[in-house]
Ligand binder design. Sequence first.
Ligand code: NAP
Length: 361
Amino acid sequence: MQLNVALLGFGNVGRALAELLLAKTDTLRRDFDLSLRVVGISTGRHGHVIDRMGIDLRTALDAARHGFSLDGLQPNNRAIPSTERFLADCPADLVFESIPTNPHDGLPALAYIFGLLERGVHVVTANKGPVAFGYRELSDLAARKGVGFFFESTVMDGAPVLGVGREGLPAASLERITGILNSTTNYILTRMEAENLRFEDALAAAQQIGIAETDPTLDVDGWDAAIKTAILANVLMGADLRPADVDREGIRGISLQDVQAASVAGQRIRLVCEASRAPGGGIVARVAPRWLPREDLLATITGTTSIVNFESDVLPRLTIIEHNPGPATTAYGMLADMINIARGRHANLHQPVAPPASPDS
Ligand SMILES: NC(=O)c1ccc[n+]([C@@H]2O[C@H](COP(=O)([O-])OP(=O)(O)OC[C@H]3O[C@@H](n4cnc5c(N)ncnc54)[C@H](OP(=O)(O)O)[C@@H]3O)[C@@H](O)[C@H]2O)c1
């Protein structure tokens, strides 16, 4: 099977994906009868390229590495003026989307994905924004058009968290999901405890090595964790939450004294994500720093490692831990999504529906 693909976004994740597509060319052909042709690459400020005959990924990676514009690779030398034009003209069957997350409304990626699905193009995204703000509408549209809309890498990078929840637990009723889903805050809390650092100093250390953004709001105020919690609740528990519906508290208010007091009491502070069925029906979700006994599995998670626990009526506790996440593991989640779409997995996806809240709850 020949699949024409395009990369919307060619930053850390897009380039890691390009490397992985090159590395897995033989495996894809041999094990999945999949032959890929990359027909388009689009960036924000570094140009766009469309080539129906196939773009040489090595050349594109070299151009990106040297900071050159992709416009120079355009076969007819006519630069593509915008992402909108790129999307309208690109002859891809499947688009990998990895542009920056907009935590406020998911745009412009949300609109790009709507347009692609509407035209019958499969979409794989690593971007949390469109999923947090448009999961239900985008999934319904994809189903109506008979195409795939997959987003495994939005939660715990390449770890198959959504895949296990959606496909590995048929007929299970998920009662509660807990986890540590934000690497930056876990790294900060780990260093505060291990080195007696104040919050500001641990944050500065995380920024210095590129784990925290210059503007750390999204991470330290719990927004990233809330977005991921909403995605898990919506996709796996049938909730219909927006990030603002998640009761959210970040770690900005955690002092070194708090961390030390927890330690003296044999505890650790972790930013815990939780989504659970409310007694009267419906799903409640929250993100908050919690004191946990040091032997609690969540408390043992250090540095940038992430963890998720599924509690269901059939498997009391199922845990997935992801070590050493990064652009390469994120790229793997996107590759796996593409293979699953090529295998037609999108055609029979189960979308759980949450039981409605009872009138007196
Ligand atoms: N990094 C990770 O490990 C990781 C893990 C999980 C999920 N994610 C998600 O993956 C996405 C990408 O992350 P990243 O680290 O690769 O970010 P990045 O390095 O900043 O790359 C973003 C890419 O998107 C391009 N871009 C921006 N606006 C665009 C537009 N309107 N049209 C087309 N291209 C556009 C940028 O082009 P210019 O550089 O030319 O502006 C750049 O190529 C984000 O949504 C992130 O939350 C990342």
